[in-house]
Design a protein around this ligand. Structure first.
Ligand SMILES: NC(=O)C1=CN([C@@H]2O[C@H](COP(=O)(O)OP(=O)(O)OC[C@H]3O[C@@H](n4cnc5c(N)ncnc54)[C@H](OP(=O)(O)O)[C@@H]3O)[C@@H](O)[C@H]2O)[C@@H](O)CC1
Ligand SMILES: [K+]
Length: 568
């Protein structure tokens, strides 16, 4: 698990640490600068004993302060250091000012301008203009320089640029660029830095929006704030009582409540395990829960479209079966029965011509989860099926109720019909991609696509939370930065970036398999949020395990190996 912090949380952490009297802001800044230098040598080990030249671009706040520390430390190692300041040195905040003065004893500070920067080439460039304190669009020299670094003049700095905390101009809460004209990043929004060095914990903006593309590689350096982020583990703290912070598999503390707001599942398995409680359904994915009869592992019903449109539902059904639903039935209209019957083996088949047939089938309380949408069609039959599915909420101990995954065409249908939308309940999960999200929640999507005029900007996290609250159910907003939110505000980011980048997952039918994974877990008794986050994580893991060349059919077939590797 990786906890992701907002800029405000990071500030409150820093304030708590400083107010405790155990550490000063200056010490934190020194650790941050040291962390950057360490990261540079880890990335370019050959430079450890071969001093190079570096240009350090310092801004008017503490991000700039970190830059002055790096300047001093590299100069001390024999580097040729050019320092450029954006702003008035007299107005620097106290710790940054101190480090400015320390640097001035070593070398000069030039006023930041594109011309000054271009006067000579440097081996490396360090962007210390703005970090978590960015409040408005870049302008003037800062904007000129960043757009130059982003390739406006045809130069490519992306193998030589290190960003302190964030690429300047990027909002660390939202991963959006602040400014209506992309603040100079317009040339190629996915190529900017080689390395971004963040402190203590990554920020949400490193994982969503343009963050991952602009940051290059993300390195997080510890600056000794963990005692203010976590309560110390007490002897009585048991898994399940409060979320633990794990480091290398060991609990190092219990999260402070304010830090719980945003938690990202980089290592979701740990995340799940530390919340383990006896009887929790994850256990039943492994050996411990096997041995009962098939219906005790849940029965998923996946509704298919008509002839020639059954592939998507079959993919979803295969996913649900592989993830461990005891029984998976495909509900097909009679016209598609032969087509589907010829393609499936372990899956069951049921004729479901219309809504009344579905209602009759749902009298079977053993059906614990439904999936509607993949290939279903947006005709009257589809609409009536969605209505029947949302009406039939049946209860079946030990499950809290029957769950419904609404994907693809089902999302289009509920976006067109307020009454259907109003029938959503807490056991539903919506799985929109960006286009479907915009149809379902046009006003929310508009906020997300409107230019970000100030920071912190409205983010995909904000949008997904708002959508979940309005729908009254879990929303999984797909993308390489999948965001999952519950009406309560609980939120996870399942990011397929950095070490988990799997661009080949963007392949036809992969969303259908994801819907099937979620449905299978729901059928087994996972709560909606758990089902969505676990499925999203396993989906990416399958793609990573398979590698390039992946097609949607491969995802369910790779799942057994992924589960084996988890030793569940
Ligand atoms: N928190 C921690 O624990 C630690 C934090 N550390 C470091 O501190 C960084 C955060 O520092 P920070 O808060 O001073 O913010 P920063 O990003 O330097 O910029 C703020 C300044 O810029 C200004 N400004 C904003 N936008 C602007 C614009 N478009 N154009 C022009 N000006 C603009 C803004 O002015 P204002 O909005 O007040 O007018 C303010 O003066 C963080 O990223 C990390 O590197 C480390 O030392 C380790 C410990
Ligand atoms: K920066």
């Amino acid at each position: 698990m990786t906890e992701l912090l907002t800029a405000a949380q990071m500030r409150s952490l820093e304030t708590a640490a400083i107010e405790s009297g155990e550490v000063t802001g200056l010490e934190l800044m020194e650790r941050a600068g040291r962390g950057v230098v360490e990261a540079v040598f880890e990335e370019w080990p050959a430079y450890r004993n071969a001093p190079q030249s570096v240009a350090i671009l310092c801004g008017p706040g503490n991000n700039g302060g970190d830059g002055f520390v790096v300047a001093r430390l590299l100069y001390g190692k024999g580097w040729q250091v050019g320092v450029f300041l954006c702003g008035d040195p007299e107005k620097l905040p106290p710790d940054a000012k101190t480090n400015y003065e320390l640097w001035v004893a070593d070398g000069p500070v030039a006023e930041l301008s594109e011309k000054a920067l271009r006067a000579m080439p440097y081996t490396l460039y360090i962007d210390a203009l703005f970090g978590t304190g960015l409040t408005r669009p870049l302008e003037g020299a800062a904007k000129d320089v960043i757009s130059h670094m982003a390739g406006r003049n045809g130069d490519d700095f992306s193998d030589a640029l290190i960003c302190i905390d964030a690429p300047s101009g990027l909002c660390t809460d939202s991963g959006r660029i602040v400014g209506s004209d992309s603040s100079g990043f317009a040339n190629d929004i996915n190529r900017f830095a080689k390395l971004t060095v963040a402190f203590d914990s990554p920020k949400a903006g490193h994982f969503i929006g343009h963050g991952p593309g602009l940051c290059g590689k993300l390195v997080v350096k510890d600056i000794g704030l963990q005692n203010w982020r976590c309560f110390q583990p007490s002897k009585n703290a048991k898994p399940g009582s409060r979320p633990f912070v794990l480091r290398d598999g060991k609990a190092v503390g219990i999260l402070r409540p304010q830090m719980l707001e945003l938690i990202g599942p980089d290592r979701l398995v740990d995340d799940i395990r530390y919340r383990y409680q006896p009887g929790w359904p994850w256990d039943s994915l492994g050996k411990a829960g096997w041995g009962n009869h098939k219906y005790s592992h849940g029965h998923a019903l996946i509704l298919s479209g008509g002839a020639g449109k059954t592939g998507a539902a079959r993919l979803a059904a295969r996913g649900a079966l592989r993830i461990g639903a005891g029984v998976v039935t495909l509900g097909v209209p009679p016209v598609a029965q032969m087509e589907v019957a010829g393609q499936i083996t372990a899956l069951m088949l049921r004729r479901i011509e219309d809504a009344s047939a579905l209602t009759a089938v749902l009298a079977d309380k053993r059906i614990t989860a439904l999936c509607l949408g993949p290939g279903m069609g947006i005709d009257q039959r589809g609409e009536a099926l969605v209505k029947a599915a949302l009406e039939a909420r049946g209860f079946h101990p030990p499950y809290e109720g029957r769950s419904v995954v609404l994907d693809a065409d089902a999302l289009t249908l509920i976006s067109q019909d307020e009454a259907l939308f109003g029938m959503l309940h807490e056991r539903c999960i919506l799985t929109p991609h960006a286009g479907e999200f915009a149809r379902l929640f046009p006003d929310i999507a508009a906020k997300l696509t409107a230019p970000a005029v100030s920071g912190p900007a409205y983010s995909k996290v904000d949008a997904t939370r708002e959508a979940a609250k309005r729908a009254g159910c879990v929303v999984l907003f797909k993308g390489p930065d999948t965001v999952i939110a519950a009406p309560s505000g609980a939120c996870r980011i399942s990011s397929a970036h950095y070490a988990r980048a799997a661009p080949w997952l963007a392949t036809a039918g992969s969303g259908d398999v994801l819907a099937g994974f979620i449905t299978g877990l729901l059928a087994r008794g996972f709560a909606p949020m758990q089902a969505a986050e676990t499925a999203a994580w396993l989906h990416v893991d399958c793609a990573l395990a398979f590698g390039p060349g992946l097609i949607a059919e491969d995802l369910p077939e790779t799942l057994p190996a992924v589960l084996r590797a988890l030793e569940v």
